[in-house]
Design a protein around this ligand. Structure first.
Ligand SMILES: Cc1ncc(COP(=O)(O)O)c(C=O)c1O
Length: 412
C-alpha cells in the first residue's frame, strides 16, 4: 500500500476534525443560525436546544452535571478563567494589597497555566512552582509538602502535553478537598482519551479543548463544580451574562455543537482507540530502541498516555533531524523563541541535558494513524539518525568507548 505524505504524527498539537463532527456542525452555519439569547422565536430556541444537547454530551464524558459546564474559546481561556477567577474569588486580602493567598502549580505546566499564575504573582499572590522528578510525575506527596495555611488554589495538569505523563489527580484532589483548597486541572491532553469522572476524581475545575479531541478549534469548556464544594469564580469579562455570568459573549453555537459531538464520539471509541494506539506506540519505541544506540524515552515509562512518546537521540543535531524528517509532522524538543532556539522547558524540568532536549522528538498518534505510517516513520527516523551520526566526530569517540561527559575541552 502506498503511503500518503506528509504523515501527521502531531496529535498533541491539534487533531483533524472527525467528519461526523463536521457533519453535525453544518446546519448551524446556515439554516439554524439563531442566537441562543433570542428567547422569542424558533431560531433562538433551536440553537438553545443544540447547545443544551452539547452541554449534556460534554458533561457525560467527564461525569459532570450539564449545569456545571461553561463553554469557552478553548483551554487557554478555561485555564485563565479557572485560575484568575478562583484566585480572585478566594483571595485572603482585597485587590491592591499584599499576601492575597498562596497558589501551587508545577514548572512543566503549559504556558496557559504558568502565565496566569505569573500575572497573579504580580497582583499580590504568592506562587510556588514545584519541580517534578526525572520521571515528570506530580504526586500527592509533592503537593502535600507544599501546602501552607494560606494556600487557596492548586493547579496541576492531568497529562503533560510534551511527554504525556499522567499525574496523581484523584489523590491530589482528595488532599485539596480535605484541606478546603480549590483544585483545578488542565485536562486538555487527557479528556477524550482516558475515562474521567470529576466527582470520583475530586476535581473542582477542569479545562478541556475541542481541537485536541477531533473537534473544531476555538471552542472548549470549563467544568465548575456546583456541590461539595460549590465553587465560585470572578468572571474575566463582563457583558450579556451568558454561561451563568462566567463567560459573557454570544455563544459559538456551531463550535459548541462540534465539541459536543466530538465528546460523544470519544466516549464511544476511546477504549478501543487507546488499545490500538498503545500497540503502535510500543512498536515505534521498541523498534527505535533496538535499532539505534543512545536513545532515551523521556518521562515515566508506564504512567503515560498511550498515543504519545517523547524520544531523545544522542549525537544528533535537533534541527538537522527535523529537516531530514520533513515529510513526517512531529514536534521537536526545541521551542523557537524570537531570538534563539531554546531547548524545551518541560524536558529541562526533568533534568534532560540541553543536547538531548534539542534532539528530541514528540510523536503523538491519533484516530487515523495506520501501522504502515508508523513503520514508515520508524524507517525514516532510523535512516536520518544514522546518517547524521556518520557526520558526528563525537559519536565516533563514543563508539571508541570514550566518555564524552568526562572530556575537558580546551578553551581558546
Ligand atoms: C496542556 C495544554 N493546555 C492548554 C492548551 C491550550 O489549549 P487551546 O489551544 O484550546 O487554547 C494546550 C494546547 O496546546 C495544551 O496542550
Amino acid at each position: 500500500m502506498s503511503i500518503k505524505l506528509p504523515i501527521y504524527l502531531d496529535h498533541a498539537a491539534t487533531t483533524p476534525c472527525d467528519p461526523k463532527v463536521v457533519e453535525s456542525m453544518m446546519p448551524y452555519f446556515t439554516d439554524m443560525f439563531g442566537n441562543t439569547g433570542s428567547r422569542n422565536h424558533s431560531f433562538g430556541w433551536d440553537s438553545e436546544e443544540a447547545v443544551s444537547k452539547a452541554r449534556e454530551q460534554v458533561a457525560s464524558l467527564i461525569g459532570a452535571d450539564p449545569k456545571e459546564i461553561i463553554f469557552t474559546s478553548g483551554s487557554t481561556e478555561s485555564n485563565n478563567l479557572a485560575i484568575k477567577g478562583a484566585a480572585n474569588m478566594y483571595a485572603k486580602n482585597p485587590a491592591g494589597s499584599e499576601n492575597r493567598g498562596h497558589i501551587i502549580s508545577v514548572i512543566h505546566e503549559h504556558k496557559a497555566v504558568l502565565d496566569p499564575c505569573k500575572r497573579l504573582e504580580k497582583e499580590g499572590f504568592d506562587v510556588t512552582l514545584l519541580e517534578p522528578g526525572q520521571d515528570g510525575l506530580v504526586t500527592r506527596k509533592m503537593i502535600e509538602d507544599a501546602i501552607r495555611d494560606d494556600t487557596i488554589l492548586v493547579t496541576v495538569m492531568w497529562a503533560n502535553n510534551e511527554i504525556g505523563t499522567i499525574n496523581e489527580i484523584p489523590q491530589i484532589g482528595e488532599l485539596c478537598h480535605d484541606k478546603g483548597i480549590i483544585f483545578h486541572t488542565d485536562a486538555t491532553q487527557w479528556v477524550g482519551k482516558m475515562p474521567t469522572n470529576v466527582k470520583k476524581d475530586n476535581v473542582d475545575l477542569l479545562s478541556l479543548s475541542a481541537h485536541k479531541m477531533y473537534g473544531p478549534k476555538g471552542v472548549g469548556a470549563l467544568y465548575v463544580r456546583r456541590r461539595r464544594p460549590r465553587v465560585r469564580l470572578i468572571a474575566l469579562q463582563e457583558g450579556g451574562g451568558q454561561e451563568r455570568g462566567y463567560r459573557s459573549g454570544t455563544l459559538n453555537v456551531t463550535g459548541i455543537v462540534g465539541l459536543g459531538k466530538a465528546c460523544e464520539i470519544c466516549a464511544q471509541t476511546m477504549d478501543s482507540e487507546r488499545e490500538r494506539l498503545l500497540k503502535l506506540r510500543n512498536k515505534l519505541e521498541s523498534s527505535l530502541e533496538s535499532r539505534l544506540d543512545v536513545v532515551q524515552v523521556n518521562g515515566h515509562r508506564e504512567k503515560r498516555l498511550a498515543h504519545a512518546t517523547n524520544i531523545s537521540f544522542g549525537f544528533v543535531e535537533g534541527e538537522s533531524l527535523m529537516m531530514a524528517l520533513k515529510e513526517i509532522a512531529m514536534s521537536s524538543g526545541s521551542a523557537c523563541t524570537s531570538a534563539s532556539l531554546e531547548p524545551s522547558y518541560v524536558l529541562k524540568a526533568l533534568g534532560v541535558g540541553d543536547d538531548l532536549a534539542h534532539s528530541s522528538l514528540r510523536i503523538t498518534m491519533g484516530r487515523w494513524t495506520t501501522e504502515e505510517e508508523v513503520d514508515y516513520a520508524i524507517e525514516k527516523i532510523v535512516e536520518a539518525v544514522n546518517k547524521l551520526r556518520e557526520l558526528s566526530p563525537l559519536f565516533d569517540m563514543h563508539n571508541e568507548g570514550i566518555d564524552i561527559s568526562k572530556i575537558e575541552w580546551a578553551a581558546h
